[in-house]
Design a protein around this ligand. Structure first.
Ligand code: ATP
Ligand code: MG
Length: 345
């Protein structure tokens, strides 16, 4: 899939701007604050009806404008699409795909997928487990509806169980409800773990390759899915995972009641990231962290391609700074297949 042309009107700092793009690599360069990130943001919006950085649509409308228009000519699934998005101050947005009104952003995702990489994504490596779980969740929710279902069920049960534990001091009878919640958490948790394990296995393979090439064959990136300790084989059967989760929860029952916290379950999962066998989080340089985070996103792109049959559009915001010439050369010349946008100063 690719974006052939874009027409912006009143989008962020753009007045009226028409642009056409190359089907392979597009380098967008300019001074600080010229609108490079705003342009990539517009392409992300075309694919999911959401900005990766704005809190609401109003922020996207030019300061002095009442409305913004975003039109994309997109080629995907061997067909041409025109996606037309209008944002208004104080009125609902309007979106159409080939003239047909789009009720929600799913209609946009049917046409275009993007993978966006921004400097903030260094958190993927540097920050705690929550960021890496979010990465898995966002990607898997897009790819697997059954995962999204299990995740929302898990989150609901988790919140409820947390409340039960918290309120149990005043109302000890609430604890009688726990077995039911624990069972549900183990059941939906087993689904999450099965999907995450498969996702991480594919991610590890693709990311290792990308990182190895980008670093001039000098660095080995190792990703390992980490989940509840008793789960011996996260790629194993749902029944085995369920049993392992239940055993772990059972052994933590007293501790959970004492601490009033959910201590056992898939909500503590993580991906361990090593570069040359050492923790990337603790020991990697800025450039290495950037390479590792970029490799994760490139791997995500491959996984999307396997699921969709075509590469999503890859948007790389400001990746080149901090990379040495060899790594820059990789980003500019070696990311093959699919359309890529790269911004730099
Ligand atoms: P850098 O190289 O520093 O990352 P950039 O080219 O990516 O710069 P953008 O983030 O795209 O810059 O922002 C360009 C300008 O758009 C900024 O000066 C910003 O203040 C401005 N801007 C942001 N939102 C709006 C808006 N709603 N209306 C008008 N201008 C806006
Ligand atoms: Mg920018």
């Amino acid at each position: 899939m690719r974006v052939d042309a874009l027409h912006l009107q009143g989008w962020r700092n753009y007045g009226t701007q028409a642009l056409t793009f190359d089907p392979s690599c597009n380098v967008i360069y300019g001074e600080n604050a010229q609108g490079k990130t705003n342009l990539l943001e517009a392409i992300v919006y075309l694919s999911c009806g959401k900005s990766p950085r704005a809190h609401g649509d109003k922020e996207l409308i030019g300061f002095d404008m009442q409305e913004a228009a975003l039109l994309g000519d997109i080629f995907s699934r061997q067909r041409e699409f025109v996606t037309d998005i209008r944002l208004f101050r104080g009125k609902r947005r309007k979106m159409t795909v080939n003239g047909v009104p789009a009720k929600n952003s799913a209609a946009l995702s049917d046409v275009l997928h993007t993978v966006f990489f921004a400097p903030e994504d260094l958190f993927l490596i540097r920050a705690g487990a929550a960021e890496r779980r979010r990465f898995m969740d966002l990607s898997l929710c897009q790819l697997r509806p059954r995962y999204a279902e299990a995740l929302s069920q898990y989150n609901r049960l988790y919140e409820h169980k947390t409340r039960i534990l918290r309120d149990s001091e005043d109302k000890p009878e609430l604890l009688d409800l726990l077995p039911e919640f624990n069972e549900g958490l183990c059941r939906s948790g087993a689904v999450l773990i099965g999907y995450r394990a498969r996702f991480c296995a594919a991610l590890a393979e693709y990311a290792r390759q990308a990182h190895y090439e980008c670093s001039g064959e000098r660095e080995e990136l190792t990703l390992t899915y980490q989940t509840v300790r008793t789960v011996a084989d996260p790629l194993g059967s749902q029944a085995d995972i369920y049993a392992a989760l239940a055993a772990h929860m059972e052994s933590h029952q007293a501790a959970e009641r004492a601490s009033k916290l959910c201590l056992s379950g898939a909500h503590k999962d993580d991906i361990e990231v090593l570069v040359n066998e050492r923790s990337a989080r603790q020991f990697c340089s800025q450039g290495q962290v950037r390479t590792a985070a970029l490799s994760l996103k490139l791997a995500e792109r491959e996984i999307h391609k396997n699921a969709m049959g075509e590469y999503p559009v890859m948007l790389l915001d400001d990746v080149l700074s901090e990379l040495d010439p060899r790594r820059q050369e990789y980003v500019l010349n070696r990311i093959s297949g699919g359309q890529v946008f790269i911004t730099c100063c």
